[in-house]
Every structure is written in structure tokens, then in C-alpha cells.
Design a protein around this ligand. Structure first.
Ligand code: ATP
Ligand code: MG
Length: 324
């Protein structure tokens, strides 16, 4: 504003100097003229004009500079505010992502615990009752009179009880394969492929590299579930008859690789429920035990799912990790 005032005053003086014109024989130029000014002040009025013009110019330029600087300052402040808002959003996003992961982890863990509980209950209680029932049936067969109708009925009851037993066994096994604890990963996987996938027309080839060894049951469960889900996906989506599984035992890690030459998909796609729980659950399980999961796939180019899990001698349980 001071610069603008300066320019205004300069311009006013410049204007006033215009009164002093060349001497002419008419009013008021007769008295007020450039010559008179020169005579009175000893300075030519043109010189004053030139100086004033410079003053006006300087004032104007300085004023524009001030306006420009002000504008820059405002722009910078606006940018700063935007940056801060974005940082805020980033923080919020990170928090939400952490919460989402935590929830998923809990869900996966809760599912595993619940399965184990139901399997235990079915095995320890329902299966026991069923055994007792079958025994009683046998006893009944011995004590009842040998009548064709009774024999038919008893036979049917026995067949039913056998089928129930088998169904129950399958159910318990699906919930938590007991071989996993008794025999380990490789036999359990082979059994799974043989029983669940071969009859559906999917051939799964399991190749083991390195020396298969027993590891923490938690890790074995993770590998089992990942392989199970990956092969289920192949059977369901890949439109192929073959799947290849590689289990690589290295001293400090185990790698599970499940590949197919099927239709493939775009892994960057996000799937909405009910689709997409499988892949997310796999990743969650693997990362919960400190591992890494990679998905390689493209439409028409098959799919490879890789889970790499470190096997430290003393594996920290996820819960202990959380408290640390
Ligand atoms: N081996 C594969 N070949 C082709 N497409 C696959 C394969 N694996 C996964 N997909 C694609 O990725 C999607 C997501 O798989 P994901 O296992 O997460 O979910 P889903 O199998 O559809 O359902 P669910 O949650 O019951 O597992 C599938 O719907 C399928 O389109
Ligand atoms: Mg799936």
C-alpha cells in the first residue's frame, strides 16, 4: 500500500508539472510556464517530470512485487494445509488397515479354534455315543428272536450306524485332520488329494524337495490350509485337470508352491464377498506366522501361489509376539 501511495504522489506531482508549458502569449501560460519554472527554481521542469515518472514506475513495480509475494505466501500456506490433510488421511488409513488385519487374524484364528473344538467334541462325545449304540445293536441282535422282519430292521439299523460313523469320521477329519498331528504334512496332503480331489477329476502331483521334517503344529496347519484352499481354487476356478505342488524344505524356511496351467486371473483385482475370502485368508494365515505369500497369475497363463514361512528353532507364537 505504501508503494501505491508513493506512485500516486509521484503521479500527482507529475500531473502538476504539466501546468508549466512552453511560454505562450495567452493566459495562464503567460506567467506559469516552463521558462518561468526554470527561472524560479533553477531546475528545468522536464527534469522533475522525468524524476516523477521514475518514482511512479518504481512505486508500481514494488507494489506488484508485494502483491506477488503475498500471493506466493497464500499459495504456500494452502499447499501446506493440503499436505497436512493428506498426512492425516494417511495416518487414518494406516490405522484402519491395521484394524482390518487384526480383525482378519482374529477371524482366522477363531475359525481354527472353533473347528478344533467341534472336532474334539464330535470325536470325544458323539462318536462315543455312536460306538455304544452300535454295540447295543449287536447285543440286541443276539437277544431278539430270529424273525425275518426283525433281522431286516436290525440290518438296516446297522448299515445306518456304519454310515453315520463314516460320515462322522470324515467330518472330524475335515475339521482338523488328525494325520496332521500324527503323521505330518506330506502324508496328510497326499491323503487329502487322494480323497477329495482325485474323485473330482483333479490330479495333484506333490513333489518334496529337501528333507521333510516336522515343524511347529501351527506352521503345519498353516501349510495344510493354504494348500487345501489353493487346490480347492484350482478345482473350482482354473478349468484344468492337473495341479502341481512343491514343498521345499530348506534349513531355515519351508516353501509351498501350488501351480496350475489353468485359466488364471488378475491378482490385482479386488474380490467382493462371498468371493475372495480364500486368498485373503491364505495370506492372513501365512503372514500371521511371519511368512510371505505371493500370487502370480494372469488371464490365460495359469496361477502360482507361493507361501514362504521361516522356521526358526523356537517359533514365537503369534500371541507372544503381540504382547512383546
Ligand atoms: N487357481 C486359480 N485359477 C483361476 N482363478 C483363480 C484361481 N484361484 C483364484 N482364482 C480367482 O480368484 C478369485 C478369488 O479366490 P478366493 O479363493 O479368494 O475366493 P473364491 O474361491 O471365489 O471364494 P472362497 O472365498 O470360497 O474361497 C476366485 O473367485 C477366482 O476368480
Ligand atoms: Mg477360494
Amino acid at each position: 500500500a505504501r508503494n501505491l501511495q508513493l506512485a500516486a504522489v509521484g503521479f500527482a506531482i507529475y500531473g502538476l508539472t504539466q501546468i508549466f508549458v512552453t511560454k505562450l502569449d495567452m493566459f495562464p501560460a503567460r506567467w506559469i510556464s516552463a521558462d518561468a519554472f526554470l527561472a524560479a527554481t533553477g531546475v528545468p521542469v522536464q527534469a522533475i517530470r522525468a524524476v516523477m515518472a521514475v518514482v511512479v514506475l518504481v512505486g508500481m513495480i514494488r507494489a506488484t512485487q508485494v502483491v506477488e509475494a503475498e500471493r506466493q505466501k497464500q499459495l504456500l500456506a494452502a499447499q501446506q494445509a493440503r499436505l497436512e490433510a493428506m498426512e492425516q488421511i494417511q495416518v487414518e488409513l494406516t490405522k484402519r488397515e491395521a484394524l482390518r488385519r487384526e480383525l482378519l487374524r482374529h477371524t482366522v484364528q477363531a475359525q481354527e479354534d472353533e473347528r478344533a473344538r467341534i472336532a474334539r467334541e464330535l470325536h470325544d462325545e458323539t462318536a462315543q455315543i455312536l460306538s455304544a449304540f452300535t454295540l447295543d445293536l449287536a447285543t440286541l441282535q443276539n437277544v431278539l428272536p430270529d424273525h425275518p422282519d426283525v433281522r431286516l430292521l436290525l440290518d438296516r439299523l446297522q448299515t445306518n450306524s456304519r454310515q453315520m460313523s463314516q460320515g462322522l469320521y470324515h467330518l472330524v477329519h475335515d475339521l482338523r485332520p488328525s494325520q496332521l498331528d500324527d503323521l505330518g504334512l506330506v502324508p496328510t496332503l497326499n491323503y487329502l488329494f487322494e480323497r477329495d480331489f482325485f474323485p473330482k477329476g483333479l490330479n495333484v502331483f506333490l513333489e518334496v524337495q529337501g528333507e521333510a521334517r516336522r515343524v511347529d503344529p501351527i506352521l503345519e496347519t498353516v501349510f495344510f490350509r493354504v494348500a487345501q484352499e489353493a487346490v480347492t481354487n484350482i478345482a473350482r476356478h482354473a478349468k484344468t485337470k492337473k495341479a502341481q505342488i512343491q514343498l521345499v524344505y530348506a534349513p531355515e524356511r519351508i516353501t509351498l508352491k501350488v501351480s496350475d496351467n489353468g485359466v488364471g486371473f488378475d491378482p490385482s483385482e479386488t474380490f467382493n464377498p462371498p468371493r475372495g475370502w480364500g486368498l485373503a485368508g491364505m495370506r492372513e494365515r501365512v503372514e500371521a506366522v511371519g511368512g510371505q505369500m505371493r500370487i502370480k497369475s494372469a488371464p490365460g497363463e495359469g496361477t502360482t501361489i507361493e507361501a514362504i514361512v521361516p522356521t526358526p528353532e523356537q517359533l514365537a507364537l503369534p500371541d507372544e509376539e503381540m504382547q512383546a
